[in-house]
Ligand binder design. Structure first.
Ligand code: SF4
Length: 397
């Protein structure tokens, strides 16, 4: 095998069948300083972080992830509160992506015409210190109530332009299989819903969640995409590798969205290691997000310059399949903007000159504009396209 995936040591006082039970992992999550001290030797600064009142955000991690992070200073930063979370940041926003302005209902975010984010719970297996959705995550610590669920489902039914539903929260895989299946089944009764995505941190922080019964159930409602959230190659343990392999074997595609975090993964050596391991396990490195300016996250954010340096370093070194797309989700709710290496050096009337990853310069000469034709067999798809454009830009487009 090209890569070695180490198994996570089960603590001496935990039975093996408990350790591999995801519900046991959630029930025995670490939530207090005292819980953390069973796994980590906390510094004085870290201890103080547990008592930060300003901008306070829930604290929790699974015992499994605590074991993974135990010997890793960087991973610890993802789950350990920090005094600096209480500082007023340079751009500290309660709702960095302006999601509330795009929420027709409390549990639905409808930013793009063709897709909605459906917040089915505010619970997560761990509470990442950089979380974008601190305004919602862990505020009530419960799953969506029946009335809210019915309203959200009705909203999706009524809006025939919605082709994609992204189950999110919180983490939808903190729901039991029965409830999760009900949601998938209900969504599949809506003819215009083409794609379902499940955004989850579980593959990285509680891989025992991916039992055969779960993946067999998900498979019945295909196409369902798992949007995983690995941030660091050290998160790809043998247990995580098995979870990803099970998903791939069951034909459930996995796309990974990482967040660039200061002092945790902001180096090309780390990003390449994560990306190659994911790809080897048939999970596609998809996005590399600029950390959103959520409350108390200045110390965790990288600069755009730092992120672009990472992206540029990967260019040419990794295959296109392994390079995640660098994107900034615009503060306030403008949507994602992708950043690409600046490769164009000159633009002329009929040609453009570029500099490649290794410095080679070359010019692409356009054919005559008059020779460019629209494909002849466009008719059968034109209606579909025009409908999409109308749904996106309105009737006057
Ligand atoms: S798992 Fe996702 S929603 Fe939950 S705390 Fe982490 S970033 Fe936020």
């Amino acid at each position: 095998m090209a890569f070695y995936f180490p198994s996570v040591k089960i603590p001496d006082n935990v039975a093996k069948q408990d350790w591999f039970n995801w519900k046991w992992q959630l029930r025995h999550s670490l939530k207090t300083k005292e819980d953390y001290e069973k796994y980590f030797t906390l510094s004085t600064e870290e201890k103080k972080g547990f008592y930060t009142k300003k901008n306070s955000f829930a604290i929790q991690t699974t015992p499994y992830y605590a074991q993974v992070a135990k010997a890793k200073t960087s991973l610890r930063k993802i789950i350990t509160p920090d005094l600096r979370e209480g500082h007023i940041g340079k751009q500290a926003l309660k709702d960095p992506l302006g999601e509330e302005n795009h929420s027709p209902l409390k549990h639905v975010i409808h930013r793009y015409p063709d897709r909605v984010v459906f917040l089915v719970t505010d619970l997560c297996p761990i509470y990442c210190r950089y979380c974008t959705r601190k305004r919602f995550t862990a505020t009530n610590k419960h799953i969506i109530q029946t009335q809210e669920y019915k309203k959200a489902l009705e909203y999706i039914k009524q809006n025939v332009g919605i082709r994609e539903v992204i189950l999110s929260g919180g983490d939808p895989l903190t729901l039991g299989d029965f409830l999760l299946e009900k949601i998938l089944k209900d969504l599949r009764t809506i003819p215009h819903v083409e794609i379902i995505r499940i955004g989850s941190r579980m593959p990285a922080v509680c891989p025992m969640r991916f039992s055969d019964s779960l993946t067999n159930m998900i498979k019945k409602y295909q196409p369902v995409f798992i949007m995983s959230h690995f941030n660091h190659p050290d998160e790809i343990t043998l247990e995580a590798a098995k979870a990803l392999t099970t998903l791939a074997d069951q034909g459930i595609p996995v796309y990974n969205q990482m967040v660039l975090i200061n002092f945790v993964n902001n180096h090309p050596a780390i990003v390449q290691a994560l990306s190659r391991r994911l790809l080897f396990l048939r999970a596609r490195p998809y996005y590399m997000f600029q950390c959103d300016p959520s409350l108390g996250t200045d110390h965790l954010r990288t600069s755009i310059k730092n992120s672009q340096w990472i992206q540029k370093s990967l260019w040419g070194v990794l295959s296109g399949l392994a390079v995640p797309r660098l994107a900034v989700d615009l503060p306030g709710g403008g949507g994602k903007v992708e950043l690409v290496p600046d490769s164009r050096v000159a633009i002329n009337k009929q040609s453009q000159t570029f500099k490649g990853w290794d410095g080679m310069t070359a010019t692409y000469i356009d054919p005559a504009e008059s020779d460019i034709q629209i494909p002849s067999e466009i008719k059968s798809y034109l209606k579909e396209w025009q409908l999409l454009v109308r749904q996106t830009y309105g009737d006057n487009s």
